[in-house]
Each structure stands twice: as structure tokens, then as C-alpha cells.
Design a protein around this ligand. Structure first.
Ligand code: NAP
Ligand code: ZN
Length: 351
């Protein structure tokens, strides 16, 4: 198969800085959409993968799974997209499309393994897939999303991961008007969790380790702010939450948060995927509480989320960067210093 050479940015090893490199993309196949990448969000998962925090990285890593761009070309079987359309690509670019999970629109739980946008197994060229820190990407039509034109385009990119990862559990656990919802961690995911929970009519409490983020949390839609290090304040909220969305990116003690749940309520972990500190069985048993997990969302639900954002005028709060500043941006994300998502202007790759 003929290949196309594309400019990108990536890391050659776990302790290496990201730098310019060239990658190969496949030619446009009959079911494919070729996208000129305009913007790409910087997810904390990009950093985990570059630094091999999860032990499964393949190098070079070209991260980026919050991709927004314009269609450049379509294959002959493509019916939903045409040249010039504004489109997005999230964390997946393929799946088996015939297992029970895929048949239910839950491609992220594909029983045969979904193909992740980067560091996934490249079925076409061999080796691994490369993400959105690049000029163009070629993706099967079924994994391409329509991005509403009425929103600020650069502020839509993080919807493709931070957006769907927070929207999906709020919907799955049926958060509704009047529920008391806590969002733990005010970063890329957390700020979207607050916006969505607020838009769904919940009473939203931002649970943060950073008191200086309180004012912003309220502007984003939080009704209250709870500082998790303040034991007295945590006690006041004990047993009062209908739902908790936990976006903390590292191993941490879950017990103080479990104490916040009401009887029968659930805390969903979307951040830390490593072994967690010990949970106290009694604190779950006494109150029939649950701790659950969730990963991104299916393609149909991702489109639903994008349409919801179009209708409710929801976008992400972004700090724009050029690709040349990516290493500095990673350090800032790691120290919880981003308001609230970095987005790369991919035009800068041409510099
Ligand atoms: P982020 O922008 O770095 O935000 C994480 C926030 O968590 C920080 O801003 C900070 O908020 C809080 N935090 C950090 N360290 C903490 C600690 N030790 N204890 C308590 N709170 C802490 O990260 P993100 O991009 O939102 O991603 C969050 C996590 O979700 C990452 O691990 C990422 O890999 C994962 N992720 C999962 C999925 C999925 O599908 N499940 C999808 C995307 C990302 P405060 O300053 O407010 O405390
Ligand atoms: Zn992500």
C-alpha cells in the first residue's frame, strides 16, 4: 500500500522531550476520510503515554486524541462526509464492529479491542497508530464525528476526549435535575464534568485540592466548592452526594471521597488506572455504595454529546499553544496549572 509522509511531533523514548518527526499515513481507502488537522487538545493521557506511566507505550509516541479539522478527501464509499466538513476524531479510530459491545454502540469496550488513535495496533501499515499532533490523519468514516459549526472551533477539540469521558458517566448513571453531583479534580476532564452536570440541572460541587481554583469553579457552573484537604468541610458534606465523578490522574486514597456518598450512590473513577490505595470494605457495605469505572464513550454517544454542546453552547476553556511549546505545557499540566485545557494550533507545525 502506498504511504503518505506527514509532519508530526512525538517522543522517541519515555524520558525524551517531544520533537519534530515524520510519520507515514496510509493512502485514503474506500471507507476513509482524510482530515486536515486544525486543532488538537492536550490530554493528561498523552503525558501518561509519552512517559510510559502505564507500561504499554510504543515509541515513537505521537500523541493526540482530541482532533478537530476539515475534511480534505473522502473514499468512494463515504456517504456522511464531504470535502470541507468540520469533523472530529477522539480516542478510537476503529473496532471490530461486530461484537456485543460494538453492536450496542459501545466500541470503547470492543471485545476484540478497539484501535486507539495513537499507540494502538495499526491494522493497515503494521506497527502502531499515530495521533493528532500531526498535519493530517486518515480515519474510517464510522469513527469520524461531525463538529457543530456554531461553536468556537478551537474550543471544541477537547470535547472529543475530556467532553465524552465526563458526559458518558453522567448519562449512564442517570444524573438528573436536583441531584447533588461532586466533580473531583478541576483539570481538563473536571471542568467539562462541571459544565455538563450543571447543564443537566444538577447541584454541582467542585471538589478540589486547589483553593485558588474556587472562583473559576463557580464561573464554570459549580454551585459550591469543597476543598478536599479541609477535613472539617469534608465532614459537613459526608453522606450527601448522589454521584461523584473522580478525575484524579494518579493513585490516591478513595476513602475520604467514599464517605461523601449517600446510601446507594456511586463514585465513578475515570482518572487513575493504576492500582489504587486500599478501600475500606465497611465504608462501601455500610450504605450499599459503589465505586465504578468508565472509559470515554461510544461513537453514537460522542455525536450525541457534540450535538448537546451545539444546542447548549458548551465549549471548553482552552489555553492555545504552538506545538513548539508542548514540553512546557506537559510540565504545567502535571503541576495542575492549566485553565483548563491546552489546545495546539496545528498551523504551528508548518513553522
Ligand atoms: P488534568 O488536566 O491534569 O486534571 C487532573 C486534576 O486532578 C488536576 O487539575 C487536579 O485538580 C487534580 N489532581 C491532580 N493530582 C491530584 C492528587 N494527587 N490528588 C487529588 N487531586 C489531584 O488531567 P485530565 O486531562 O483531566 O485527565 C485526568 C485523568 O483522566 C488522567 O489520568 C487521564 O489519563 C485520565 N483520562 C481518562 C479517560 C477515560 O476514558 N477514563 C479519558 C481521558 C483522560 P485540583 O487542582 O482541582 O485538585
Ligand atoms: Zn484523553
Amino acid at each position: 500500500m502506498s504511504k503518505i509522509e506527514v509532519k508530526a511531533y512525538g517522543a522517541q523514548a519515555k524520558d525524551a522531550a517531544l520533537e519534530p518527526l515524520d510519520i507515514k499515513r496510509r493512502e485514503v481507502l474506500d471507507d476513509d476520510v482524510k482530515i486536515d488537522i486544525l486543532y488538537c487538545g492536550v490530554c493528561h493521557s498523552d503525558i501518561h503515554q509519552v512517559r510510559n506511566d502505564w507500561g504499554n507505550s510504543k515509541y515513537p509516541v505521537v500523541p493526540g486524541h482530541e482532533i478537530v479539522g476539515r475534511v480534505l478527501e473522502v473514499g468512494k464509499n463515504v456517504t456522511h462526509f464531504k470535502e470541507g466538513d468540520l469533523v472530529g476524531v477522539g480516542c478510537m479510530v476503529d473496532s471490530c464492529q461486530h461484537c456485543d459491545a460494538c453492536n450496542e454502540g459501545l466500541e470503547q469496550y470492543c471485545e476484540n479491542g478497539a484501535t486507539m488513535t495513537y499507540n494502538g495496533k495499526d491494522k493497515h501499515l503494521g506497527g502502531h497508530t499515530f495521533g493528532g499532533y500531526s498535519e493530517t490523519v486518515i480515519v474510517k468514516e464510522d469513527f469520524v464525528l461531525s463538529v457543530p459549526e456554531n461553536l468556537d472551533t478551537k474550543a471544541t477539540a477537547p470535547l472529543l476526549c475530556a467532553g465524552i469521558t465526563t458526559y458518558s458517566p453522567l448519562r449512564h448513571w442517570e444524573v438528573e435535575e436536583g441531584d447533588k453531583v461532586g466533580v473531583i479534580g478541576l483539570g481538563g476532564l473536571g471542568h467539562m464534568g462541571v459544565k455538563f452536570a450543571h447543564a443537566m440541572g444538577a447541584h454541582v460541587v467542585m471538589i478540589t485540592t486547589s483553593p485558588d481554583k474556587s472562583e473559576d469553579a463557580k464561573k464554570l457552573g459549580a454551585d459550591e466548592v469543597l476543598i478536599s484537604k479541609d477535613e472539617e468541610a469534608m465532614k459537613k458534606h459526608a453522606g450527601s452526594f448522589d454521584f461523584l465523578l473522580n478525575t484524579v490522574p494518579v493513585k490516591h486514597d478513595l476513602n475520604p471521597y467514599i464517605q461523601l456518598l449517600k446510601r446507594d450512590a456511586t463514585m465513578v473513577i475515570v482518572g487513575a488506572i493504576e492500582p489504587l490505595e486500599e478501600m475500606h470494605g465497611g465504608s462501601l457495605i455500610m450504605g450499599r455504595k459503589s465505586v465504578a469505572g468508565s472509559v470515554i464513550g461510544g461513537i453514537e454517544e460522542t455525536q450525541e454529546m457534540l450535538d448537546f454542546c451545539g444546542e447548549h453552547d458548551i465549549t471548553c476553556d482552552v489555553e492555545m499553544i504552538d506545538i513548539q511549546n508542548i514540553n512546557e505545557a506537559y510540565d504545567r499540566v502535571t503541576s495542575s496549572d492549566v485553565k483548563y485545557r491546552f489546545v495546539i494550533d496545528m498551523q504551528s507545525l508548518k513553522n
